[in-house]
Structure formats: C-alpha cells, structure tokens
Design a protein around this ligand. Structure first.
Ligand SMILES: Cc1cc2nc3c(=O)[nH]c(=O)nc-3n(C[C@H](O)[C@H](O)[C@H](O)COP(=O)(O)OP(=O)(O)OC[C@H]3O[C@@H](n4cnc5c(N)ncnc54)[C@H](O)[C@@H]3O)c2cc1C
Length: 384
C-alpha cells in the first residue's frame, strides 16, 4: 500500500492545521472550563468544507474516510473536543446515513449537515447496552404508518445540540441483535427530549446528553435499511468510525508531543536544556515512533474503507493502538513538563484528560482486543 498523501490531501492537512491553530487553540481552554460547544466555530468549519467530508458531492460533501481522518487528526491536535463534535456528526451519524439510507432520506438530511448548518448525533448506548451492543432495550412498535419509540440513550455526543439523530431500537428485546432497527429522528419530534450530561473528565467542550424517547413518533419512511438490519448497520458504521477515533487519538498524541518538544527545548536544568539529556531524547523518540505507527494504522484502515474493503480487524487495530498511544504519549508529555504540566494553565493538562476517553468510547480497548482476536481465529479456521 502507498501512504504518500496526494497534493490535495497535503493541502487539506495544511488548511485544517492553520484553522485549528488560528481559530480553535486560542479559546480551547476557556471552552473546556465552561463545558461549552461553539456553534460559530463549527459554522466556520462548515465554510472550510470539512463538515461534509465523506458525504457525497451531490449532497454538498467531498472526499472520503482518509480525508476525514486527516482533518480530524489536525483538529484534535489543537482541540480534541471539537474533533469529537465533528466526528460524531460525520463518521458515526452522517456516514451511516450516507451508506445505509435511501436517496430520499440522504438528500433530505445530509446537505445541511455537510454545510455545517446542522449537526448530527449517533444514539446507540443505553444504560443496559454498552459493550454488549446487542442488549439494546429501546422499543420500536409500528402503529398507523408510524413507529413509536420508547427508551433512553445515554452518553450521546452532540445529544443536546443535534438536529438529526441516527438511533437504534428493537422490535423484540428477546431477539437481541436480530430484532434491531435504525431510524433517523428529527429534533422537535413529539416525545423526544434531551438532557445535557455535565462534569466530564475530558472532551468537556463537546456536548454529551441523555436522549429520551417517550412515545416518540417517527414516520415509517425514516427507517434506515430494513427491520432486523439495525445491528449489522451499527457494526458496519463503527468499522468506518473506529479509524476516525484513531485519527482523533493520533491528533491528541501529536498535540501532546508538540507541547513536550516546546517545553523541553526551553526549560533549562543542570545548566542545559532538558532536551539535551539522553533519557529525555529516548522518551521523545518513543513517542514520535508510536505516533507514526498509529497514523499509518489509521491511514490503512481508512483507505481500505474508501476502497470498499472489509476492515473490521484493521479498524479495531487502528482504534486500539492509536488510543493507547494517545494515553501513553499524553502521560509522557505531561511528565516532561514536570510540575508546570500539572496546572490548567498548561494545555498538556487538557490533552491528558482528553486522551482517556479514546480508550473507552466506540468500544473499549478490551472490546477492540476481542474483535481483533475473533477475526484472527476466524481467519485461521478458514485457512485450515
Ligand atoms: C464522552 C463519551 C461520549 C460518548 N459518545 C457516544 C455517542 O455519541 N453515541 C453512543 O451511542 N455512545 C457514546 N458513548 C458511549 C460509549 O460508546 C460507551 O461508554 C462504551 O461503549 C462502553 O460502554 P459502557 O460505558 O456501558 O461500559 P461497560 O460495557 O459497562 O464496560 C465496563 C468495563 O467492562 C469491560 N467489559 C465489558 N464487556 C467485556 C468483555 N466482554 N470482555 C472484557 N471486558 C469487558 C469494559 O471494557 C469496561 O472496562 C460515549 C461515551 C463517552 C464517555
């Protein structure tokens, strides 16, 4: 595989980098402290064309998953929360709609999301359905040409700001994954309410909410795919989105290394820059090597998806390695800041908090290892 980026991809990276440094970095700490998502900044991202990456050009989008990964990494390098708001709207909800909904739904819901005028959310997790994805309890029952949804989603990124929700329910809890189905639900639907969940450790400038469905009416035409296909659709979506969480984690790791590099070159101890100590140089070398490896795993998985290849194992590997790299590199980078890294004045404190959740959402590291091992064993059995 060739991982040399094209001229246009290099330009995309540079454009998003410039935007992130000029527009996102200056008030990232303030938004983190206030737990505040910024619509004005998100709309600027829309003008830049990055809120529609991976959505078809006829629906005002452009590019594919590799371009989504490049943009998300560069955003996360400055502001991981904003990268999360974008990726939840794009690689979870919108790419799911783009790949699995009919033309009428796609043409209706995706263009304003692609232009950054609206934002989407992916509603899967419930109190009883986290790692056990087939345990979804939210009930969907059909009545007079409509579905009535009853249930509760938790930890939903963009939940209290989204206009469009891609949500998962079941017609029969006992059927588990075979009973599931997916819907597009609009904000303003009767019986839908959202409640912001606050006081997160990290990613505080991204919004997280509970989404409640109380006899929520959804037109039958808003069913995505067919009854019984919901679980397969959800798993297909996470295969595409895990490399993008990997890209976000790579950005967090790179942003942490950038900060560490700046600090160790400026800080003097024992009459020399801290960067001149060999013990410190070895730490920097390990950090940079892991980041490059994470980025390459992300590019491989994203490129496979763009070529229409199955990437379940490769997507899980990219997410697993990149998220653990983010946590390790952020920890080392904070260490290299000494005491000054322990105060909120230093952005490394925010990166350290932001890194943790990449090992948790879209499947914990334990779940990624299960996915990888199951594929390995299936491949071995097939070769026998
Ligand atoms: C900030 C944030 C944003 C989120 N955004 C979204 C979103 O937009 N949409 C959405 O649907 N969800 C979202 N989530 C939910 C997230 O995907 C889940 O939290 C995650 O999948 C883990 O589920 P859980 O929290 O129920 O943990 P649990 O499943 O209860 O896991 C608890 C522990 O048990 C371990 N464990 C569970 N099963 C196994 C097993 N079989 N083998 C080994 N270990 C196991 C886990 O690895 C973990 O360590 C978000 C979560 C957070 C924190």
């Amino acid at each position: 595989m060739n991982f040399t980026l094209s001229e246009s991809d290099i330009l995309l990276r540079r454009t998003v980098r410039d935007f992130a440094v000029k527009e996102l970095e200056p008030a990232a700490r303030e938004r983190d402290a206030k737990e505040e998502f910024s619509w004005p900044l998100y709309r600027k991202m829309g003008k830049l064309g990055i809120t529609g990456l991976g959505i078809a050009p006829e629906r005002d989008g452009s590019g594919g998953l590799l371009q989504t990964a490049i943009a998300v990494e560069e955003l996360a390098r400055s502001d991981p929360s904003m990268a999360l708001s974008l990726l939840a709207s794009l690689s979870l909800a919108s790419h799911g709609i783009e790949h699995h909904a009919g033309d009428a739904l796609k043409n209706r819901y995706l263009p304003p999301i692609a232009r950054g005028e609206k934002i989407a959310a992916f509603g899967f997790t419930e109190p009883e359905a986290g790692s056990d994805a087939a345990g979804v309890q939210m009930l969907a029952s059909k009545k007079n040409g409509k579905y009535l949804l009853n249930g509760r989603k938790i930890f939903i990124t963009n939940g209290d700001i989204a206009n469009t929700f891609l949500v998962f329910a079941t017609t029969d809890r006992a059927k588990r994954h075979k009973g599931m189905l997916a819907f597009i639900v609009e904000r303003g639907s009767k019986g839908l309410s959202t409640h912001k969940q606050t006081e997160k450790m990290g990613m505080r400038a991204s919004s997280t909410a509970e989404v409640l469905f109380d006899d929520c009416e959804v037109p039958a035409g808003n069913l995505v795919g067919e009854e019984g296909q919901g679980f397969t659709i959800a798993m297909e979506i996470v295969d595409g989105s895990r490399p993008i969480i990997g890209a976000q984690a790579t950005g967090i790791a790179q942003g942490s290394l950038d900060l560490a590099m700046r600090h160790v070159r400026q800080r003097k101890q024992f009459g020399q820059a801290v960067a001149d100590f060999q013990g410190v140089q070895w730490m920097l070398a390990d950090m940079a090597t892991k980041i490059d490896a994470a980025r390459l795993l992300v590019y491989r998985a994203a490129s496979m998806r763009d070529q229409g290849l199955s990437s379940t194992k490769e997507s899980a590997m990219a997410k697993l390695f990149a998220s653990e790299t983010a946590m390790q590199v952020a920890t080392q980078a904070l260490q290299l800041h000494g005491g000054s890294g322990y105060f909120k004045e230093s952005p490394i404190e925010r990166f350290f908090r932001d890194a943790k959740v990449t090992e948790i959402y879209e499947g914990t590291s334990q779940i990624q290892r299960l996915v990888i091992a199951r594929r390995l064993l299936a491949e071995a059995a097939a070769q026998r």
